[in-house]
Design a binder for this molecule. Sequence first.
Ligand SMILES: Nc1ncnc2c1ncn2[C@@H]1O[C@H](COP(=O)(O)OP(=O)(O)OP(=O)(O)O)[C@@H](O)[C@H]1O
Ligand SMILES: [Mg+2]
Length: 357
Amino acid sequence: MTVQGPDPARFEAVGSVAVRTFEARRTETSTETQATHPMSTYEEDLPDGQFYDPDAEYEPDPEYAATLAPDAARQRRERVGPTGRPLPYFPIPGPVSEHGPAQIIAMCNQKGGVGKTTSTINLGAALAEYGRRVLLVDFDPQGALSVGLGVNPMELDLTVYNLLMERGMAADEVLLKTAVPGMDLLPSNIDLSAAEVQLVSEVARESTLQRALKPLMSDYDFVIIDCQPSLGLLTVNALTAAHRVIVPLECEFFALRGVALLTETIEKVRERLNPDLDLDGILATMYDSRTVHSREVLARVVEAFDDHVFHTVIGRTVRFPETTVAGEPITTYASNSVGAAAYRQLAREVLARCHAE
Ligand SMILES: Nc1ncnc2c1ncn2[C@@H]1O[C@H](COP(=O)(O)OP(=O)(O)OP(=O)(O)O)[C@@H](O)[C@H]1O
Ligand SMILES: [Mg+2]
């Protein structure tokens, strides 16, 4: 048997190193070639044990990497943030003597698991820490927001569903106080999934939530609606009620997929139902500054949305899944953590944007 030289088709150029493709390694180890000629073909060309791992980070071209992450000295000098833009100073907001009328924020992305619920809880809790009165609306039949605040959705008699569907239902009957002072919750459970169907035959079906929230507007500074991962009638209701939309975007490869559809929907709602609606911002979540991949995705997002991207970026940390189990926001569960600091900064950035208008 003749020993063949490396077949270029079985290599892949990744960054500055050529590594074998996973397919090449699989066939190699599964045939007798490997057993008969353990040192043949590829071993001389590859560092020990190296094979293509689709999840592994590769060594970036240093010049290219520098365009994604400005060097530390420059960051300190110019206060460049993770989005690559100069980081403005977001002042600590002073106390307010009066509350309301509320700014309504829809936390919206039809992609699942991007950090909508986590951002609703923690932005809400951070705003409440700064003395703002906050109402969180669980607008997802999965009830994840309620669970994340320590409420068992299955045990609820009255939810946001009753508020939407029953005329004369007072919001006070549905409202729950959370453990965070100044932050209340309109909880939901699986009942809400029926609303999506039942609302179809209602008059002015898209503005049902807006009508339900109206009596509460003067009691709160912020209402944050946690949308479900779809662009159905419930989400359209949230967008119709809202003044601003925050779109959490996970810093991973398919992040921008579907965002065009979302911005189109926001545009349509603005034109037809709610001229006051603003795309407040894209919030990068689950960002890992150590990976080129995260930095690259963030750079693409900034390229696409420019000033609409929040300067605040939420890092990936296991602390967030832990808070869900604990049933409380990160600002109380791990008050000194990086995650808590990030949501406090986001709260200051949101307040700064509101005041700038
Ligand atoms: N910054 C983060 N770092 C690590 N894990 C996170 C982060 N943000 C959220 N998570 C975790 O990711 C999972 C999904 O987050 P979350 O429930 O907030 O997303 P979602 O957009 O509301 O999902 P869905 O579309 O299902 O409603 C949760 O387990 C959450 O704890
Ligand atoms: Mg959610």
